[in-house]
Design a protein around this ligand. Structure first.
Ligand code: TYD
Length: 225
């Protein structure tokens, strides 16, 4: 059956505000009585949650880069068949927190496997099902990391000296990685400028939401109030 809904993915590095913006978009869609489905990668299905556990468990430090890519793709293949394609065929707006472009940036660019390979595997895993619109929430890594730090420090469970020391180490270890992630999304948005749109997410959440809505309306051809 032909695809009838509208497919949006949210992408970007840490602290770009994906969750906040997805929440706001849900409110708008509800107000407009648009049927929608919100999902995520990795872990959008029961099988995917098992794959997510393998991918994110710190015990699996020695997971090879290629195996890592295949696991993300396995999660995606299951996600497309079981969740995304049926929802689109039912006419829903599908919003996913991360999708194929994350593999190109994290595995293809940051891990150095090459975007040539990630795109081939994405084609295979998704059977060429790509979002109508990819929204990259772009923030400099320093802003993203300090947002994450603030979020953690305002969490009462995580407050305390030991946590702060730990977090500083984490930040030091990962800031070059975050810089690469950001650059990767910028490069990819230039390569696929017809579907990938970058939004400056250092702006206020209201401004960011307005820009997201404008992009959706333009691309989808439907008015939202
Ligand atoms: P998650 O806790 O969902 O992070 P976030 O809030 O940043 O989306 O963890 C997902 C992690 O997996 C995130 O660090 C990005 C990474 N990832 C890849 O490396 N490749 C992929 O294809 C996908 C979908 C995610």
């Amino acid at each position: 059956m032909a695809k009838r809904g509208f497919f949006i993915s949210f992408e970007g590095g840490e602290g770009g505000g994906k969750s906040t913006q997805i929440k706001r978009l849900k409110t708008v869609l509800r107000r407009n009585r648009v049927p929608f489905l919100v999902t995520l990668e990795p872990g959008g299905t029961r099988i995917g949650r098992k794959i997510r556990e393998l991918l994110l468990n710190p015990k699996n430090k020695n997971l090879s880069n290629r195996a890592e890519l295949y696991l993300y793709e396995a999660d995606r293949a299951q996600h497309v068949e079981e969740v995304i394609r049926p929802a689109l065929e039912a006419g829903k707006v599908v919003i996913t927190d991360r999708y194929a472009d994350s593999s190109s940036v994290y595995q293809g660019i940051c891990r150095g496997l090459g975007v040539g390979w990630t795109e081939k595997l994405n084609d295979f895993a998704t059977q060429y099902l790509y979002p109508d619109l990819v929204i990259v929430l772009d923030v400099p890594e320093s802003v993203g990391l300090s947002r994450v730090r603030n979020r953690l420090q305002s969490d009462p469970k995580l407050r305390g000296k030991r946590r702060v020391v730990k977090l500083d180490r984490l930040e030091r270890e990962r800031s070059s990685f975050h810089r690469k992630v950001r650059k990767g999304f910028i490069a990819l948005s230039k390569k696929h400028s017809e579907r990938i749109k970058l939004i400056d997410a250092t702006q206020s959440p209201d401004n960011v939401s307005q820009q997201i809505l404008a992009l959706i309306q333009k691309r989808w051809g439907k008015r939202l109030r």
